[in-house]
Design a protein around this ligand. Structure first.
Ligand SMILES: Nc1ncnc2c1ncn2[C@@H]1O[C@H](COP(=O)(O)OP(=O)(O)OP(=O)(O)O)[C@@H](O)[C@H]1O
Ligand SMILES: O=C(O)[C@H](O)COP(=O)(O)O
Length: 395
């Protein structure tokens, strides 16, 4: 991949695709890790006199303008962290974007509104995506891909624009790939992967491939309930991917056939509803009451998962073990994070919320070999898949 130092950027409009998909509480950014991770590339380009046009997505507004997914709070935070004003365009490729880009001076930075407000960005239709990519590319002369967390998406700003503009990979993508490569080559064993989080349907897909690579697969968080249900247990109102039960039964059989140690929760914190102060009890994972919702793994599971990680020499962890944003349901996530910190092996945490959880729980970031900004992206990289956003930068 060509790197940004090979680009002559002075006085030129450079479109930077960043991943600024940060957790928000209303319009308050609860963790700015992904914004911070994007600073070195933006600073480097601006410092060399580029006119930097940053573009990014927030949430999944599905091609419509949804005000709560506006990047306006991110523009303000980006400006604070850069220590220079960031001009914010109130649309993506419309009048505001064109005016902001035209007014941009050398060394100045702009941020476009949420890319996913435009239906072309994540359209499955090549022509629709291409038409939007043409408009986006029309704003700039050069393209820099730096949104590692989104490189697994075949989206216009990730995949199609670099086919139109001369391009290079930003420092974040280069650094992420360098570390994650180590997990795919000569992996020290036992190799354990811990999966949790809420993007269940997305991430179940990676399991088939991971089962050919890992020694232990530990499943918690919102991911676990589809496994428990596939084993025939009641999961109440817990997060469930009903349409993927058959696929998950297949994973359970495949793990057994391959001798992969598939580790599921043995107890659960089952709450009456999804709330910070919801009454809850510890229940057996095989006996979640029909009117309850699993919001964290239980104490026996915390011990079990820690024991399974204790002698692992490579650990990759994506997805919180529970709703860590609520203090009462953060202990499972804390226990897994602490098990990685205690490990003498090579440990990688991946994902916006997983990394945010580490910081929110006050755990030392240098306790891990690497904290990746990509969750789904790093998992798909570990599968050995060609990721659209990386392939486009290699061409
Ligand atoms: N049992 C559960 N029920 C509901 N939500 C859960 C549960 N366990 C974890 N979560 C939620 O999962 C969310 C994070 O999941 P997600 O898959 O987005 O992880 P991630 O680290 O951000 O990865 P990515 O970068 O791919 O988005 C958190 O907001 C957390 O509250
Ligand atoms: O949070 C992430 O993993 C990235 O920003 C990608 O977001 P997405 O899963 O909505 O495509």
């Amino acid at each position: 991949m060509r790197t940004i130092d090979t680009l002559d950027v002075k006085g030129r409009r450079v479109l930077v695709r960043a991943d600024l998909n940060v957790p928000l509480d209303g319009d308050v950014i609860t963790d700015d890790g992904r914004i911070r991770a994007s600073l070195p590339t933006i600073n480097d380009l601006a410092g060399r006199g580029a006119r930097v046009i940053v573009c990014a997505h927030l949430g999944r507004p599905k091609g419509k303008v949804v005000p709560e997914f506006s990047l306006a709070p991110v523009a303000a935070r980006l400006g604070e962290l850069l220590g220079r004003p960031v001009r914010f365009a109130s649309d993506v490729v419309g009048e505001s974007a064109r005016a902001v880009v035209t007014a941009l001076g050398d060394g100045e930075v702009a941020l476009l509104e949420n890319l996913r407000f435009e239906a072309g960005e994540d359209s499955k239709d090549d022509a629709a995506r291409g038409a939007f990519a043409d408009k986006l590319a029309g704003l700039a002369e050069l393209y820099v891909g730096d949104g590692f967390g989104a490189v697994h998406r075949k989206h216009a700003s990730v995949y199609d624009v670099p086919k139109i503009l001369p391009h290079a990979a930003g420092g974040l993508i280069v650094a992420e790939v360098e570390v994650l490569k180590k997990l795919t080559e000569d992996t020290a064993r036992p190799y354990a992967v811990v999966l949790g989080g809420a993007k269940v349907s997305d991430k179940l897909g990676v399991i088939a491939n991971l089962l050919t690579k890992v020694d232990r697969l530990i499943v918690g968080g919102g991911m676990a309930y589809t496994f428990l249900k596939a084993q025939g247990h009641e999961v109440g109102n817990s997060l469930l991917q009903e349409d993927q039960l058959g696929q998950v039964s297949g994973f359970i059989a495949e793990a057994e056939k391959r001798g992969v140690d598939l580790v599921l929760p043995v107890d659960i914190l089952a709450a009456t509803h999804f709330a910070e102060d919801a009454p809850h009890d510890v229940v057996e994972a095989t006996a979640i009451p029909a009117d309850r919702e699993g919001l964290d793994i239980g104490p026996k599971t915390r011990e079990l998962f820690a024991a399974k990680l204790a002698d692992a020499r490579t650990i990759f962890w994506n997805g919180p073990m529970g709703v860590f944003e609520f203090e009462a349901f953060a202990d499972g996530t804390r226990a897994v994070a602490e098990a990685l910190i205690a490990s003498e092996g090579f440990t990688v945490v991946g994902g916006g919320d997983s990394a945010a959880a580490v910081r929110k729980l006050g755990l030392p970031e240098d306790g891990f070999s690497h904290i990746s900004t990509g969750g789904g992206a790093s998992l798909e990289y570990l599968e050995g898949k060609t990721l659209p956003g990386l392939a486009a930068l290699e061409d």
